[in-house]
Write a protein that binds this ligand. Structure first.
Ligand SMILES: [Zn+2]
Length: 120
């Protein structure tokens, strides 16, 4: 079972710039000193407010932090088939499968696997 661990979060700051040609935000180098990144962002906003075509340059000051988790070595257990001839789209294992079951898309799981322990 994955669980959060009480570790002090690491923190870094960076300036991201929107690249309109690529339609994405480009991350800057992370730095420990927030004030240094903020000053750089303000200076660039003054000196280079627009791209060559006149569009305003969008820049963000971004705070990056970490989260620590203890995770099992084997990773998450794979999803199990529901069985009982349910529709494949209602079965997590069928949905996760690269090859869906053939028409009429019924879960190939064992009948009754959803109602373990009940007499039929
Ligand atoms: Zn299934």
């Amino acid at each position: 079972m994955d669980e959060a661990v009480a570790e002090p979060a690491e923190e870094a700051w960076r300036m991201d710039t929107y690249d309109p040609g690529a339609d994405c935000w480009t991350p800057g180098l992370p730095m420990r000193d927030r004030a240094k990144v903020a000053r750089r962002l303000e200076r660039l906003a003054e000196e280079h407010p627009t791209w060559a075509d006149g569009q305003p340059v969008q820049r963000w000051l971004v705070r990056v932090t970490t989260t620590y988790m203890v995770v099992s070595v084997a990773g998450e257990a794979p999803p199990q088939h529901v069985g009982n001839r349910v529709n494949a789209e209602d079965c997590p294992a069928c949905c996760a499968s690269e090859v869906p079951p053939p028409y009429p898309w019924i879960c190939p799981g064992e009948p009754g696997s959803e109602t373990d322990g009940e007499e039929q």
